[in-house]
Design a protein around this ligand. Structure first.
Ligand SMILES: [Fe+2]
Length: 675
């Protein structure tokens, strides 16, 4: 039946006196043709001789009935159009929203009422494209379109508007509609429905193009069965302008072309409208937090978030009715029909889509008091226990280097960058953790220099005058033993092995106790001082967050972790940018995926405080095995593939503050900008 439907729908409506539009819809055991006439005489005349429509001859038995007279076509109150590339999730969103008793729909897509108007059918327009502009919405087309929709629009229970008793028929209806071709038709819809509201749903290029390429191989998505001038004959999904240039190219290229055209036209056209007329959402945000997204959309559309919607959202999201295989955020990785080179060149439009999700905040200047805050992790804070262990075979850590003045020891020059915000004029004891190879700076007092000058890397230390200093050096790992070093090295190897496997399987891995606890406590104190000094609250993404791009102390630790992250990643990486964030109570982070500069993201928890909740605030991922949350303790980190996994944080308790550092890396051969 689907084949017949496709065949008859590919022929424009015939020229019959009084016929405004004709379109088809598939029903359970029949194909229904909807014919909209100017008057009942024309309709009656056609009913007596339906074979005047050549398409009728393709059908077997048929019967006709009158749906009734269209009372008026000005019934549309702020109609809602979901604008999305095909396979971007619009069916899922539509099937959620259409449960609202406040909305009417065509119970499907609106190819029919638009292409049922002969002048707008692609065949009439020499198959140039599915693009329709405002000039195509002349009075006659608009009247036919409105009448065509009224003829078949129905409420959430499926009752047709025309089937209502005229006395109880609503005077105005809220239409919701989704047809991917409409991503090329925003100016047309805007002219036809001047108070329309648009929901722009977009999806990550890799996921979306992969899904398109997969669907091109399925019969069910053929849109034009015989497209003149197309070497593959059958065309699936929307037909963008200049499609002829795709002859001879792979399905992956064709899919990428369709994704780009749909999103480019939609963005260009929507950005020309007042901002209160449209909103945008990301597919991954919808899948990760459907309740929040639908609530936000209800607010935007001015409809109630009622019991039916709440009920639909209280259960796990159903697979949309057009799903081929169950979705996963990283399904594209294993899709053989996707040639990754097809995705090259989509960067600019991906960037525009990402910017739609970002709140614009005015540039601001950090207060002078913030600029004055300095980082210093004093070694004598490493312990309050004044009784050193004095283990047999104690040596000075072989990686130890002593910095007496402002100049870093020569062997560390390249490794100890980004020290601008370190407290000046203090000696620094440098030591490397054998597990992570992270180099830590422990600050010393001038009064301790005489003792510390006696420390020689790899040698047995001389006896100490100060037991507290000796215990502190032990706690900092500067005094150690060969067996401790071996154990630590081995623990590092075990951690790397486990983390690498988890990162491969789940696309994220937990990394406990990554940085020395004293460094973490000092970082917490440092960022708290920044907040007390007036660190501005609110950044582009989160209202209740202090954020700092490439803050220098974070950058220092970012560089330190590069070697470790390379080991876990199984490939050499280089730092992209870091982001120091201090979330304040009630903060929330919408579901999103990161940009290309965030191939590997490490989120290091520095501090967490809450009177009401002992547990740190969870970070959620939508992974290959579904939704999963991760909670960390200060000093722990989670490393994840931020460009592949949608991730988010639900609203934090009001009294919960959390400081974390985000570090991003890219493969070392990455050629783009790193910021
Ligand atoms: Fe992120």
């Amino acid at each position: 039946m689907r084949g017949i439907l496709r065949a008859i729908a590919s022929v424009p409506a015939p020229s019959i006196p009084g016929l405004r539009s004709r379109y088809w819809r598939a029903e359970r055991r029949a194909i229904r043709g909807i014919y909209v006439f100017d008057d009942s005489e024309s309709a009656d005349a056609f009913a007596r001789d339906p074979l005047r429509d050549p398409a009728s001859s393709l059908l077997g038995n048929f019967e006709s009935e009158s749906a009734g007279e269209i009372p008026r076509t000005d019934v549309f109150d702020r109609p809602i159009f979901i604008i999305a590339a095909p396979r971007a999730g619009s069916t899922l969103l539509y099937e959620l929203l259409v449960r609202s008793p406040q909305l009417f729909s065509l119970d499907g897509e609106s190819h029919g009422p638009i292409e049922g108007i002969a002048a707008l059918h692609p065949a009439t327009r020499a198959f140039e494209s599915h693009r329709l502009a405002d000039i195509d919405a002349d009075d006659s087309a608009v009247a036919a379109l409105r009448a065509g929709i009224v003829a078949d629009v129905r409420d959430h229970r499926g009752k047709r508007f025309l089937a209502y008793d005229p006395a109880s028929r609503p005077a105005r209806i809220r239409l919701i509609e989704k047809t991917p071709e409409n991503s090329l038709r925003v100016p047309f819809l805007q002219r036809a429905f001047p108070d329309a509201r648009f929901i722009f749903l977009h999806r990550d290029a890799r996921q979306n193009v992969s899904s398109l390429a997969e669907a091109w191989n399925h019969d069910g998505f053929v849109n034009i069965p015989e497209l003149p001038g197309w070497d593959r004959h059958r065309w699936c999904f929307l037909l963008p302008p200049e499609w002829r240039a795709l002859n001879g190219r792979s399905l992956s290229d064709v899919s990428a072309f369709q994704w780009r055209a749909a999103n480019q036209f939609a963005t260009d056209d929507l950005e020309a409208l007042p901002r209160d007329r449209w909103t945008s959402i990301d597919y991954n945000e919808l899948v990760a937090a459907p309740g929040q997204v639908v609530q936000k959309l209800c607010d935007f559309l001015g409809i109630d978030f009622d019991a039916q919607l709440a009920d639909a959202l209280s259960r796990p999201l159903p697979l949309s009715s057009t799903t081929i295989t169950p979705p996963s955020p990283i399904k594209w990785r294993s899709n053989r029909s996707l040639d990754r080179s097809s995705l090259e060149g989509l960067g600019p439009i991906e960037g525009r889509l990402r910017n739609l999700m970002v709140r614009a905040t005015p540039p601001r200047k950090e207060p002078a008091r913030v600029a004055a805050v300095r980082f210093a992790c004093f070694v004598d804070d490493a312990t309050t226990d004044s009784a050193p262990r004095r283990a047999a075979g104690t040596i000075v850590n072989p990686s130890f280097q002593f910095q007496l003045g402002a100049t870093v020891p020569i062997p560390l020059v390249r490794r100890a960058r980004c020290r601008e915000r370190f407290l000046a004029d203090h000696p620094i004891l440098w030591v490397e953790d054998p597990a992570t190879r992270v180099l830590c700076p422990f600050f010393a007092r001038r009064s301790q220099v005489r003792t510390l000058l006696g420390l020689q890397a790899g040698e047995t230390p001389r006896p100490f005058d100060s037991p507290l200093l000796e215990a502190s050096l032990e706690a900092a790992g500067i005094l150690t033993t060969a067996s401790e070093l071996d154990a630590r090295r081995e623990a590092g190897e075990t951690l790397v092995g486990r983390a690498r496997k988890d990162l491969g399987d789940d696309r994220f891995c937990k990394l406990p106790s990554l940085i020395h606890p004293l460094q973490i406590r000092t970082l917490a104190a440092y960022y708290r001082r920044l907040i007390e000094s007036g660190w501005v609250l609110g950044d582009d993404q989160v209202e209740r967050r202090h954020g700092w791009h490439n803050e220098s102390v974070a950058r220092f630790f970012h560089h330190q972790l590069t070697d470790f992250v390379s080991r876990v990643a199984g490939e050499p990486v280089k730092p992209a940018y870091s982001y120091s964030s201090a979330y304040r109570g009630s903060a929330a982070l919408g579901a999103h995926m990161d940009r290309r500069q965030c191939e590997y993201t490490l989120s290091l928890l520095v501090d967490h405080s809450s009177a009401s909740s002992p547990d740190p605030w969870p970070l959620w991922f939508l992974g290959p095995r579904g939704k999963v949350s991760v909670t960390l303790q200060p000093g722990d980190a989670v490393l994840f593939r931020g460009c592949e996994l949608p991730h988010w944080r639900d609203a934090a308790p009001e009294d919960q503050d959390q400081i974390m550092l985000l570090f991003h890396w890219v493969p070392s051969d990455f050629a783009g900008v790193l910021d």
